[in-house]
Design a protein around this ligand. Structure first.
Ligand code: F0G
Length: 482
């Protein structure tokens, strides 16, 4: 994909796969989209897929599967205990990560539950490059606190920094000394750092963190859910790794950490998850919780068909042509939006294209959820469903105080191998129109606000009737067009 040059000089990502199964899409008129938005309490999570044209909510569990994955699903060995499919998956995880003790779990947050219950004590601190929503909730529920030591550059929406997911190593050393190693539950690195725009860490940074963890005897954990994107970025951006294969880079990363966990809804393009390690003691402790929360040790809440697909998907992740499709489509979308002056997170990361709502709708204050409002407005004018990644995705503290997010982003996820370039161009076109009409967008307020992970199920309303104004402007510019 990356090696094909166009005679015209255009920089277009070329897919190294062909489409063999399709799903029909609908595009509703804007008036229906307004009704749908009201029914969904202005929360994109509550929309029905039949009202959505391009579902860019997430890449989780919606990546396209390969023919080889589908074929493998037919061979699944369905048995409660001792399934041959499990052995195949365990062997593949061991082969890829070099970690032979594998615990199955039904998705990423199930791994987080097991890890947090096992290693987080009340009053302890989990240190990470940046939190993920479910990760933090599990740590806090177990009485721990989260400290983020993202490099300063990671907080800059626009930067030249190629590894915005890196950890600040001097701060890591200082924090462990200050708290005392016995009060640190673990250090966690998140690959393809989700909430700051799918930004990678470098292998060099991880190796430095390992040294510090060794100095203090602290455990290092990798959240590998978004590892595929991170691997690609290390391969193309980190000079010392350019001659390494994706497989070698994967091993080099895995060798630095004590425990790896992942959501296979992202990594491996299936639906499931797991935890792997070479540490017997850790393994035995975590293992107790698997039959309790997930299921027997040879399926862990997953369907054997998905486990077969996962084993093949993990192997396919070692192919650069497979893992570069997402980042290259995202880079294309980001660059096209930049050409039109739309504020986006740069450099383009993995996972999706991220609009900077703080700038896009700078007239909306953070307490009125600018990224949530932008998410609703974009759905309204295009049928494109993105995900708020800003203050709505935060949680109030015990006193009911709402922390403002470091960034207000609208994430437009790019599920792997799902969209065509013309669909991406459509999204760019509508976003550019919305940017020109951004002053019509207003804020949101909660009318039903769950205490935990409120962004999933919360219902909101608008602060004024701004959606009607947007619909009118759309009709005057687009006529009868959908
Ligand atoms: N860690 C990271 C970095 C994630 O991005 C996710 C999920 C999880 C853990 C939890 O995994 O969903 O399988 O339970 N991210 C999804 C998203 C939900 O849309 O970004 P899960």
């Amino acid at each position: 994909m990356s090696n094909v040059k166009f005679y015209s000089g255009e920089n277009i990502p070329l897919e190294m796969h062909k489409v063999r199964i399709v799903q029909k899409l609908n595009i509703m008129p804007i008036e229906r989209r307004l009704e749908a938005l009201k029914e969904a309490g202005f929360n994109n999570f509550l929309l029905k897929n039949r009202d959505v044209f391009m579902d860019m909510l997430t890449d989780s569990g919606v990546n396209a599967m390969s023919d080889k994955q589908m074929a493998a699903m037919m061979e699944a060995d369905d048995s409660y205990a001792g399934s041959e499919t499990f052995t195949k998956l365990e062997t593949k995880v061991g082969e890829i990560f070099g970690k032979t003790l594998y615990l199955p779990a039904h998705q990423g947050r199930a791994c987080e539950n097991i890890i947090a219950q096992t290693f987080v004590n009340p009053g302890s601190t989990a240190i990470m490059n940046y939190h993920f929503t479910t990760t933090r909730s599990h740590i806090v529920r177990n009485g721990g606190t989260v400290e983020e030591l993202l490099n300063e550059e990671g907080y800059q929406v626009n930067s030249e920094c190629l590894f915005k997911g890196n950890m600040d190593i001097p701060k890591l050393r200082a924090l462990i000394s200050e708290k005392g190693a016995e009060n640190i539950s673990f250090v966690r690195f998140e690959a393809g750092t989700n909430l700051i725009g799918g930004q990678p860490f470098s292998l060099a940074n991880l190796m430095e963190a390992r040294k510090v963890c060794d100095e203090f005897g602290v455990m290092l954990i990798l959240d590998a859910s978004l590892l595929a994107d991170n691997l690609y970025f290390i391969k193309v951006r980190e000079e010392q790794c350019q001659d390494m294969s994706i497989r070698e880079i994967t091993r080099a990363i895995a060798n630095q950490v004590d425990i790896i966990y992942f959501s296979a809804r992202k990594l491996g393009c299936a639906r499931g998850g797991g935890i792997c390690t070479n540490n017997e003691e850790h393994f035995v402790k975590m293992r107790e919780l698997v039959p309790l929360y997930e299921g027997f040790l040879t399926y862990g809440g997953m369907s054997v068909r998905e486990m077969e697909a996962m084993a093949v998907g993990l192997e396919e992740t070692m192919d650069e042509d497979m893992i570069n499709q997402g980042p290259q489509f995202i880079a294309y979308m980001t660059e096209e939006l930049q050409k039109k002056g739309v504020p986006v997170v740069t450099p383009a990361g993995g996972l999706g294209c991220h609009l900077n709502a703080m700038e896009f709708v700078k007239h909306i204050p953070q307490q009125d959820y600018p990224a949530g409002a932008l998410a609703a407005a974009l759905y309204l004018v295009s049928g494109v469903r993105g995900m708020e990644r800003g203050t709505m995705s935060e949680e109030r503290d015990d006193n009911g105080v709402e922390p403002f997010a470091d960034m207000e982003l609208l994430r437009l996820a790019m599920p792997r191998r799902v969209f065509t370039l013309s669909q991406v161009k459509y999204a760019v076109d509508r976003i550019a129109w919305l940017y020109e009409n951004r002053n019509l967008i207003g804020g949101l307020k909660f009318v039903e606000e769950p205490k935990i992970l409120r962004f999933f199920l919360g219902r909101l309303d608008t602060n004024s009737d701004w959606p009607t104004a947007l619909v009118q402007k759309f009709r005057s510019d687009f006529g009868d067009s959908l």
